[in-house]
Design a protein around this ligand. Structure first.
Ligand code: SF4
Length: 715
């Protein structure tokens, strides 16, 4: 497949009104000359891409003429212009097929947010105290080029560090090329709920360091080990569309869905069967199922091919993982394991998925390799109803060079921060705030103040996605390669600039220009992605030693810290980066119905024994510190586990998120999955104690699960 055969979404014309100021005094609204391409009252639909997660869903944006307060040439005024009014899923997009998740619907608020930064800012107080002064773009560019020229003059280009969220596409390509031509290290990508373990396992098993695309629409049986694929993981809209097809889209045929996890997620709540397991034993359960399938004689060990050879004992039938042995480790009965094995091998096609807490353990890679081998055993790799690997273009931006332990580059003198907020989303033990504080000069390209950008010396606010060229080449979500691009759907409201254009302009203004391959960010967008992205057979994976099951290790002695602590991605806020959007603060959590608050889920019977009622403030303590949150007793959680959504607990993130709730990431221990170095974010033990009676800070939309206790849900 060449570039032309990519599916492209692009190019409705952008708006192009000429705006001029009328010279009115500062702070007085001025009426600018209106743009002339819109007819009042007639909606125009323009394409764009949802930027709120890496799924890259396609949008159509309803644009209508309206009066907007805008900043032009440093002056505030009013103009008639095309304004985005509503986001919808693009029906032609093969990822989201006309649908959007609630987060996508809320993406509009990014553009019209009252706390969005509208001008370049320069630090005016002590680092981190939030005092900034407005400066012009000319001043900002002069300051930034001066800092970079000074590094180059000292032969110290390597001390430029770039920290970004994972960027697939043109923005990442511009950042990476800038770093390369300047002589700095490649940008480091940071995300809290990263998928490095899954990518590494897929590389080892199938030769593809990539997240899979789930062909749920064709599946008959789905078993998910910890993956909240209907809520937050990977490409949730694409996966919901496929799931809907599996359950209700084929007359007379309804696929079965089993969810294995120890805290009921949104996906778990949809399952036919919810199977609670002991934390970190998901891979053992997969091997128990594989053992039973082999014994039942429907498949033999060699059917799993290379993926099977990566699991110790596989080729001899997993003698150590009989259902009886596995029952002892997982808490799932042998009879249930045997039944699941029969269903998994008998209902074709069947697929196993793994993600979430199952891979966020010290033995996470083993768990993923075990589930990969199970898929290979039943022939569910690159076949209908199984998993596929979406063909990938050659140039993907920042790639998989992930910041471990919140690293920012040794000896950094100048730090660029683009879209990442590691000060919020890192365990305190990593001391990221301290490391960033030690960098002499920090530049942020964010358009909101958050816990990381508040430490910047210079803030160069980006356009919103609706005001920019956008581009995406999703890692998964469709069986064919997908490349999307779209022009701005509206003119900028504020005195902001697209980060790609800022970097390209800086590259030209340096004493030694970098000769970047693009004049404008638009050129980079139109060039991406390149290379051959056609479907081809899976490459041969590198030989590797078989992995042996090791018990998961947890921080904190079980005698002192009696509970496993599970921080999970919030349906509304994911890793906390969306907590500034009021529509998402207002969104009732699908499991608890809580809004505008934090809570900790605790098993109902455990809570009863401890005298903890709904809304009571409890203190959660790990070896790293304590936080206080209201309790939410739930039947959908194991008795020795407590769970908290990530997302609240911001110190500094707009009027809507600041000072609200608690951040569970703070108290995580710095435990790693050893092969990839990823944070094992489900490997911390805690203790809890009631801190006070109900304090009213738990805001629920719809009453209490205590009103309807289901029978027999407890492990
Ligand atoms: S899954 Fe939701 S948040 Fe992510 S890109 Fe799609 S619509 Fe946006």
């Amino acid at each position: 497949m060449n570039r032309r055969s990519f599916i492209k979404f692009s190019a409705l014309t952008g708006t192009s009104a000429t705006l001029a100021s009328c010279g009115n005094p500062e702070y007085h609204l001025i009426r600018f000359i209106p743009e002339d391409r819109l007819v009042a009252g007639i909606a125009v639909w323009k394409p764009s891409i949802c930027p709120l997660c890496s799924a890259g869903c396609g949008l159509t944006v309803r644009v209508m003429e309206g009066d907007a307060e805008v900043i032009r040439d440093g002056k505030l005024g009013v103009t008639k212009m095309g304004l985005a009014k509503k986001l919808e899923g693009d029906p032609q997009n093969p990822i989201n097929q006309g649908k959007l998740c609630t987060r996508g619907q809320a993406a509009m608020e990014v553009t019209y947010h009252p706390d969005r930064l509208g001008h370049p800012l320069k630090r005016a107080g002590s680092r981190g105290d939030g005092k900034f002064e407005e400066i012009t773009w000319d001043q900002a560019m002069a300051e930034l080029t001066g800092k970079l020229d000074a590094l180059a003059a000292a032969g110290n280009q390597k001390s430029l560090a770039i920290l970004t969220r994972p960027q697939r596409g043109a923005r990442g390509a511009v950042l990476a090329e800038f770093a390369n031509r300047f002589g700095a290290a490649a940008p480091l990508a940071f995300e809290f709920f990263g998928n490095d373990v899954i990518r590494r396992a897929n590389e080892m098993s199938f030769g593809k360091a990539q997240l899979p695309t789930l062909d749920l629409a064709e599946s008959q049986f789905v078993i998910s080990f910890g993956a909240d694929f209907l809520g937050t993981w990977n490409s949730p809209v694409a996966q919901n569309v496929g799931y809907g097809q599996m359950r209700q889209g084929r007359p007379g045929m309804r696929g079965k869905f089993v969810q294995v996890e120890y805290r009921m997620s949104q996906s778990g709540a949809n399952a036919d069967e919810w199977v609670p397991v002991k934390p970190g034993t998901e891979g053992v359960l997969a091997l128990g199922i594989a053992n039973a399938i082999m014994k039942q004689g429907t498949r033999k060990a060699s059917d799993a091919g290379h993926a099977g050879t990566l699991v110790d004992g596989w080729m001899t039938g997993l003698a150590d993982h009989t259902p009886q042995e596995v029952e002892k480790k997982t808490g799932v009965t042998a009879a249930r394991i045997e039944r699941l094995a029969k269903e998994f091998s008998g209902q074709k096609p069947a697929v196993a998925i793994i993600a979430g807490a199952a891979v966020a353990q010290t033995n996470g890679l083993f768990n993923a390799l075990a589930v990969n081998a199970l898929n290979a055993l039943v022939g569910s790799v690159e076949t209908a109803g199984g998993i596929y690997f979406t063909p990938q273009p050659a140039n993907l931006g920042t790639g998989t060079n992930f910041a471990k332990n919140g690293e920012i580059g040794a000896g950094a003198q100048v730090l660029f921060v683009d879209g990442a907020n590691p000060v919020f989303a890192s365990p305190k033990a990593w001391k990221v705030k301290e490391a960033i504080s030690a960098v002499p000069y920090i530049v942020s390209f964010g358009n909101f103040i958050d816990e990381t950008s508040v430490m910047a010396d210079l803030i160069l606010p980006d356009h919103s996605f609706l005001e920019s060229w956008v581009q995406s080449a999703p890692e998964s979500g469709a069986k064919t390669a997908v490349s999307m691009m779209a022009p701005p759907v509206m003119r900028p409201l504020h005195d902001t600039r697209a980060t790609g254009d800022v970097l390209l302009e800086v590259s030209k203004k340096l004493a030694k220009p970098l000769n970047m391959p693009w004049q404008k960010f638009e050129d980079a967008v139109k060039e991406q992605p390149g290379g051959n992205a056609g479907r081809s057979p899976l490459p041969k994976p590198a030989p590797a030693q078989a992995a042996k099951y090791a018990e998961p290790q947890f921080d904190g002695d079980a005698g002192q810290y009696g509970f496993h602590f599970l921080p999970y991605p919030s349906i509304a806020f994911l890793d906390g980066s969306l907590a500034h959007l009021p529509l998402l603060q207002e969104l009732p959590d699908p499991m608890s119905s809580a809004i505008w608050s934090s809570w900790v889920e605790i098993n109902m019977q455990t809570a009863d024994k401890m005298g903890i009622r709904q809304g009571d403030l409890v203190e959660i303590t790990s070896s790293q510190g304590s936080i206080r949150v209201p309790a939410f007793p739930s039947p959908g959680i194991a008795p020795d586990v407590i769970a908290m959504p990530v997302g609240q607990g911001h110190e500094n993130y707009t009027r809507y998120a600041s000072g609200r709730g608690a951040n569970p990431i703070e108290i995580l221990a710095p435990v790693k999955e050893p092969e990839t170095g990823s944070l094992a974010w489900a490997a911390t033990r805690v203790k809890i104690a009631k801190a006070a009676d109900a304090d009213g800070r738990l805001v629920l939309f719809a009453g209490s699960l205590r009103d309807y206790p289901p029978e027999g849900m407890h492990r």
